[in-house]
Design a protein around this ligand. Structure first.
Ligand SMILES: [Zn+2]
Length: 145
């Protein structure tokens, strides 16, 4: 009896997580959905925030979770917004073996929407880490002062 109860509980909590994510994604355009939900990649140098160096915070397009601060953004010349550091606890790293490559996918810790990939050891900055993020996965909130 306890086992059935536990199973029901697990089933229900994973189900509600799913519903919650769907709720976050329901207002996305089909273009946004292709990247954020279907884990696509926007074409390099086409993203809205590639050359944005204003002071502020980058938040998740789907759920508004704060992800990156502008002072960690740097120009990697790769064509996508690049950050050396995430806001602590804001992204989850997942091994990704698609396209015959070994990469690490990054997703938003709140809604699990796709952000991009993280690369190590390229020596761009002191952190030696590059979060390569699709602009379309982000919204930018400029500092008011
Ligand atoms: Zn999110």
């Amino acid at each position: 009896m306890i086992r059935i109860f536990l199973l029901l509980f697990i089933f229900q909590s994973s189900f509600s997580q799913d519903l919650q994510s769907k709720d976050y994604f329901k207002n996305l355009t089909s273009k946004e959905r292709k990247i954020i939900v279907d884990k696509g990649t926007e074409r390099p140098y086409t993203g809205k925030y590639n050359n944005n160096y204003k002071k502020g915070t980058y938040v998740c397009k789907a759920c508004s979770n704060p992800l990156f601060k502008s002072n960690t953004k740097f120009d990697s010349k790769c064509g996508w917004p690049s950050f050396e550091k995430e806001i602590e606890g804001s992204v989850i790293k997942i091994p990704d073996y698609s396209l015959g490559m070994k990469r690490t996918e990054i997703v938003c810790s709140k809604c699990k929407g796709h952000l991009g990939h993280v690369f190590y050891g390229e020596r761009f900055t002191k952190e030696n880490t590059r979060h390569c993020v699709n602009s379309i996965s982000l919204n930018f909130i400029e500092d008011s002062d």
